[in-house]
Design a protein around this ligand. Structure first.
Ligand SMILES: *Cc1c(COP(=O)(O)O)cnc(C)c1O
Length: 420
């Protein structure tokens, strides 16, 4: 791919300024890789664990061992990871339906949850489809403070109010990553503080974290700091670009057990689930995950530098610490949003010849444009960009299986935006 002198020079300047940050990211990747290798060693991972089971999938040592490893790596009492969970939304649905009963209350404390959860909760879409609202689960929402931090005062008073009514809040739900919102991403430390705060007032309350895009961007996960359920997708960070599909839940033993009854059935829980030869991809994915996440982090810093230098409003800034792999650029117009996505598409290893167009995606309220030239459909640990067609036309992008390819994609997007 040939780039203009302007973009080539800017890229060189970016890498010079980012060298210290890239070194820190390499160190983070080393730290998390060594945690994973220690767990592999402790649980004696062997090639026989990659053999798949069929049918009920009883005694699948590969599956059972990976659950233990996942729990260890996530600093959790228990975990499950399954290729059969179709996406992050389903993993979150399993977790929420596992915990919530009719008459219970759930409160989202980082404002509106991710778009696809709205219909699951029942705050949008039709009634009668089996949302949490249809089952009589109440929903509250507490916005973040104007500086993007958690509103502990409001959270505390809700918890106390419901506890005084003898009906403690069942689930405090928090989304770590900004998702499709113009807000700060929460750090693991902040979520840990939330978990401690919630438990100090209302020990019965479960703290559930939408961990999508956050995994391995820090040295530990929210489950290590007291969250009861941490949930994510394998076609994002923890699948390392290797998992073909899947999701996971990690957390406290009882919460994970309750989720397991929703995953399969009450009684069967985690004792069943044929792995059909997918174990190797999931092990390999976890093994790669810190490295792949590091590639995505470097790509995000690079993009923040490039688009910041070109005069766009970016978040986070090029030199800001991250707790997820999402980078946003406010393009300001539908034309530039689409140009950006076309540039990313053109700089992708697969389907580089296609032109992305906005469409009404299931589960989303606005039209969305998505650019992805991924080996795995919809994978967003691979370089991908998307944005809902609404003000201020923010493009959200993430991923990059290798820094080199991520850099090419970002340079291509920069060229496309310069041309308009
Ligand atoms: C990706 C994501 C989800 C789940 O989306 P799927 O497309 O169903 O995997 C949920 N929450 C956040 C913050 C996400 O980034």
């Amino acid at each position: 791919m040939i780039f203009s002198d302007k973009i080539t020079a800017l890229a060189a300047q970016a890498e010079k300024e980012l060298s210290g940050i890239y070194r820190d990211i390499d160190e983070l990747s080393f730290f998390n890789t060594s945690r994973i290798m220690d767990a592999f060693s402790e649980y004696r991972v062997s090639s026989t664990m990659f053999d798949g089971t069929s049918g009920y999938g009883y005694d699948d040592r590969g599956r059972e061992t990976l659950d233990l490893i996942w729990a260890r790596v996530f600093g959790a009492e228990a975990a499950f990871v399954r290729h059969g969970i179709v996406n992050g939304t389903q993993a979150l649905t399993i977790g929420l339906f596992g915990l919530l009963r009719p008459g219970d209350l759930m409160c989202s404390v980082a404002g509106k949850p991710y778009d696809t959860l709205e219909e699951v909760i029942g705050i949008s879409g039709e009634r009668g489809n089996g949302s949490l609202a249809d089952f009589g689960v109440g929903y509250r929402q507490i916005e973040l403070n104007s500086d993007g931090t958690l509103d502990f005062e409001a959270i505390g008073s809700l918890l106390r109010y419901e506890k005084d009514k003898n009906k403690p809040v069942k689930v405090i739900f928090v989304q770590r990553s900004k998702g499709y919102l113009n807000r700060r991403t929460l750090t693991v430390e902040e979520i840990g503080k939330l978990a401690g705060f919630v438990k100090s007032i209302s020990p019965e309350t479960y703290v559930v974290v939408d961990n999508c895009y956050g995994e391995f961007t820090e040295k530990c996960e929210p489950s290590a700091l007291g969250a009861d359920m941490v949930i994510g997708s394998l076609i994002k960070n923890p699948g390392g670009g290797m998992a073909e599909c899947g999701g996971y839940i990690a957390g406290s033993a009882r919460a994970v057990e309750l989720a397991s009854y929703r995953l399969t059935s009450v009684g069967c829980g985690l004792e069943v689930g044929a792995t059909l030869g997918q174990n190797k991809n999931l092990y390999k994915g976890l093994f790669y995950a810190p490295h792949t996440t590091a590639q995505a982090l470097k790509t995000a810093h690079f993009a923040a530098y490039m688009f910041g230098a070109l005069g766009y409003n970016v978040s986070p800034l090029w030199n800001e610490k991250r707790s997820d792999i999402i980078q946003t650029v406010i393009t300001g117009s539908p034309e530039l949003l689409c140009a950006f996505c076309r540039g990313i598409q053109k700089g992708s290893p697969v389907d580089s010849y296609v032109t992305p167009e906005p469409w009404a995606m299931p589960g989303y309220n606005d039209q969305v444009i998505m650019a992805a030239g991924a080996f795995t459909q919809g994978s967003s640990i691979e370089l991908s960009a998307d944005g809902p067609l609404r003000e201020p036309y923010t493009v959200y992008f993430q991923g990059g299986l290798t820094y080199e390819s991520g850099k090419i994609g970002i340079m291509s997007a920069a060229e496309a935006v310069l041309k308009g």
